[in-house]
Design a protein around this ligand. Structure first.
Ligand code: FAD
Ligand code: NAD
Length: 477
């Protein structure tokens, strides 16, 4: 089919983003029913749960990327993909403004795409809470480029620390790896980094052994607030054994190029401000709204009181609209912003859209049958049409029965380093909270089974094997 000309008999469905929510929708969507257009600045899906492993080279980043073209080329009807960012959604005009912000731009790099139906799956940005210096000096951990940057910096810190005539204080600072945010991202990264040091760095660069140190800073009284109490204790105990320092009740207030300033409460209950020097700073304090989402919310009165994202109803329709849906981290549906939730929401929308198309098809058939029946010359023909109508009405009722979105929680898993993982799993009979090496193997197999394609699965196994045999690569690139 000519992709430039949308089929006028079909509605145009525009999907923003190529993350967990959008890709899960695209996988299950029957694309023959709509003119489907996907818009995202990233032409691949990223398996985020294994991203922390890319910061140290345990896994190579390309092993957890899957080109969006790979999903789309298997679809029955052609799907258009534009590599661009949605800069503005005009809700009343039903238009998305898009901009190609990549290095190579053509004569046209900004344009608009009209839609009948829109799915917003743009995810979230990194929260900084306006703390000065975070963006300039810290590294986030959300995208492939972030992981590459961290990997490079770890090695740069190590090499610079061994530079001729470096002072002892400077060596200490350069080898102090500070992670801010004790959520799962910060915890998993700290664990991976300590593994890198224990298994590889201290062998390759023995000079750094005495000074390499990882510190995890968390504002709340404990890390992993969303996990069970015994798993929090287990993680804190494991970190102690791995010699990762945890600084809880410590809130970072300011960031400079060489130290962070953090507020903590001392033994006498006094608030103190402390300067903590660092060589590498990884900032993992959770999610914030993307500007395009904030702007859309400002156009819709029903979104006035929503703070954390697009408020949606139980069918994931953006409240205050009829033809816009939201999935994943940019939507607020009372679930945590996780891949699990986003994937289930995407799959739900695919079912909903497939069903909507079927409903419309049956309704059209019904309308034409009723017309035929009215015009029918004989009683037999009329009766036959009537029987068909009854049959179709039955089918319609069956199709229309789809209930609202319900999230089914499969459990939470996090790797904590030293070949140990923690897992909060809900079984049929109750909850299981477990930690340790066995959980680590469970973690590995769970992620493998979740990896989107066979290709990714094989690449990840090969990377794990490679790391086991040769250790991680310490080239700075
Ligand atoms: P994303 O997956 O972030 O995708 C957003 C998409 O939108 C991207 O393709 C992006 O390029 C695109 N986009 C951005 N801006 C625009 C724009 N203006 N216009 C168009 N497109 C745009 N969750 C779990 O359940 N289990 C885990 O183990 C887990 N581990 C994680 C580890 C890390 C390091 C991180 C960062 C997150 C982890 N998460 C995990 C959370 C999970 O990744 C997110 O909840 C999930 O990615 C949300 O899916 P999404 O589709 O909303 O957004
Ligand atoms: P998060 O929101 O879970 O945790 C951020 C932490 O940073 C909080 O504990 C917060 O108290 C702390 N913080 C905020 N400001 C601070 C400051 N100024 N100083 C010190 N600490 C500060 O963020 P995340 O870990 O990036 O996770 C984001 C989402 O992705 C969550 O829903 C999480 O469940 C999901 N995720 C899941 C996994 C997993 O299941 N393995 C892994 C990564 C992310």
């Amino acid at each position: 089919a000519d992709q430039e000309d949308p089929d006028p008999s079909k509605k145009t469905l525009v999907v923003l983003g190529t993350g967990w929510g959008s890709v899960s929708l695209l996988k299950k969507l029957d694309t023959e029913n709509y003119n489907v257009i996907v818009i995202s600045p990233r032409n691949y899906f990223l398996f985020t749960p294994l991203l922390p492993s890319c910061t140290t080279g345990t896994i190579e980043h390309r092993s957890i990327m899957e080109p969006i073209r790979n999903f789309l080329r298997h679809k029955k009807a052609a799907v258009k993909y534009y590599e661009a960012e949605a800069t503005k959604i005009d809700y009343e005009k039903k238009v998305v403004y898009i901009n190609d912000d990549s290095e190579i731009k053509g004569a046209t790099s900004a344009t608009e795409v009209p839609f009948d139906m829109l799915v917003v799956g743009v995810g979230a940005e990194n929260a900084t809470f306006g703390i000065p210096g975070v963006r300039e000096h810290g590294c986030f951990l959300k995208e492939v480029a972030d992981a590459q940057r961290i990997r490079k910096r770890i090695m740069d810190c190590c090499e610079t620390a061994t530079f001729k005539d470096q002072s002892p204080e400077e060596i200490k600072r350069l080898l102090h790896m500070v992670v801010v945010g004790g959520g799962p991202t910060g915890v998993e990264f700290a664990g991976e980094l300590q593994d890198f040091f224990e298994n590889d760095l201290r062998k390759w660069i023995p000079e750094i052994s005495d000074n390499f140190h990882v510190t995890l800073v968390e504002a709340l009284p404990n890390v992993l607030p969303s996990f069970s109490k015994n798993l929090i204790d287990y993680t804190e105990q494991t970190f102690k054994e791995e010699t990762i320092s945890i600084r809880t009740k410590t809130m970072v207030k300011n960031v400079t190029d060489q130290y962070i300033e953090a507020e903590f409460t001392d033994a006498s209950g006094q608030k103190q401000l402390e300067k903590i020097p660092y060589g590498l700073l990884v900032w993992a304090t959770g999610n914030a709204l993307r500007p395009v989402v904030k702007d859309l919310m400002s156009q819709i009165p029903a979104q006035k009181d929503s703070r954390r994202g697009l408020a949606v109803n139980e069918y994931l329709v953006v409240k205050g609209t009829e033809n816009i849906w939201a999935v994943g981290d940019c939507a607020v549906a009372n679930y945590a912003p996780t891949a699990q939730v986003a994937a289930q929401e995407g799959a739900f929308l695919a079912r909903l859209f497939n069903q909507m198309a079927k409903t419309e098809e049956i309704e059209n058939k019904l309308a034409s049958l009723s017309e035929d029946q009215a015009k029918a010359p004989s009683k037999e023909v009329r009766d036959e049409a009537f029987a068909q109508i009854k049959d179709l009405q039955k089918r319609l009722r069956r199709v229309q029965k789809m209930g609202p979105f319900e999230y089914s929680h499969q459990g939470s898993l996090a790797y904590i380093g030293g070949e140990k993982a923690v897992a909060d799993i809900s079984w049929l009979t109750g909850n299981l909270a477990t930690g340790g090496q066995l959980t680590y193997f469970f973690w590995k197999s769970a992620y493998l089974s979740m990896c989107f394609s066979t290709r990714n699965r094989i690449l990840v196994i090969m990377d794990w094997t490679k790391t086991q045999i040769f250790g991680r690569d310490v080239s700075r690139e």
